[in-house]
Design a binder for this molecule. Sequence first.
Ligand code: NAP
Length: 330
Amino acid sequence: MFKPRVYITRQIFPDALDLIEKSADLELWPEDEPPSPEQLREAMADVDGAIINVMDRIDAPLLDAAPKLKVLSQVAAGLDNIDVPEATKREILVGYTPGVLAKSTADLAFGLLLAVARRVVESDKWVREGNWKISHHPMFWLGSEVNGSTLGILGLGGIGLEMAKRAQGFDMKVLYHSRTRKPETAKEFGLKYASFKRLLTESDFISIHVPLTPETNRFIGEKELKMMKPTAILVNLSRGPVVDTDALYKALAKGWIAGAGLDVFDPEPVPAGHPVLGLDNVVVLPHIGSASNRSRREMHLLAARNLLAGLNGERLEACANPEVYESLGI
Ligand code: NAP
């Protein structure tokens, strides 16, 4: 019986692997480091489908080297590593995994917001270094109050909305700025639309949830940081290049804003000794927004189902280029 060939560029949960193994011959890249572009090109030369990850660059030369490819199944909500129009030109379906990671990513965004506001990481380090000599001091470790303050959400999609819901539990006023206005969602969840400028100037906390695109590259630079309140805290769980790192360093070092919580960085991984790591008013995490057991397993299972649907000539559960359906007649 014919079995399609599948390449998987990183480890995935065993039950997702089992699902694929039932209907395809698979090869799995076993290392923690991703395959190099050359290794990826070689591995994709003869495959019908692939499960890929945010670290795999999928561009025109790679697609040219994969003439049999029918479906690319990305294990992420962001697609910035994939040239989707090039895949579309070649009638290759691109699957991805939005939704199943929205709640866990928003949980972490809110955790980062709280950690920076209440100086959780900074004070934990201080305790571990043996500095806690007075049991309670009325003026030590004062931070920013989260409840009752204003949260500005940039990008009201799946994760942005989950962030807004969490903010409601903290009695926050929530402003949003997004490409498309969402009056019904705003009404249902008590959110207010704000222009980009108003969101920047009026928010106590700004949480970024836009995808990385040519329009959002360096969305937040020097000009935008200078418009924020000096007490503002910026949280980024989108992609590193959405924020200009050099400008952010200046803003944090010079007090244009009060702090930042970053799950993503530009460049990623952040080089050891990077000046941002020398600042106390920033918490940096290693891109772990969706890294809960439940979310990651659901992402891997959804990616497996997207892959199998594409191999079977069926519509995917989450497809980034549904315009290919028409040319494939499905
Ligand atoms: P989503 O549902 O597509 O939401 C993105 C939102 O951003 C949409 O509402 C979109 O507007 C808006 N947007 C796009 N371009 C914009 C622009 N130029 N100006 C203003 N708003 C703009 O995506 P999601 O699932 O919430 O994920 C958002 C991003 O988070 C992903 O693309 C990914 O890069 C990142 N992410 C990171 C992690 C992590 O581990 N840190 C985990 C998951 C996702 P429309 O409504 O008009 O489309």
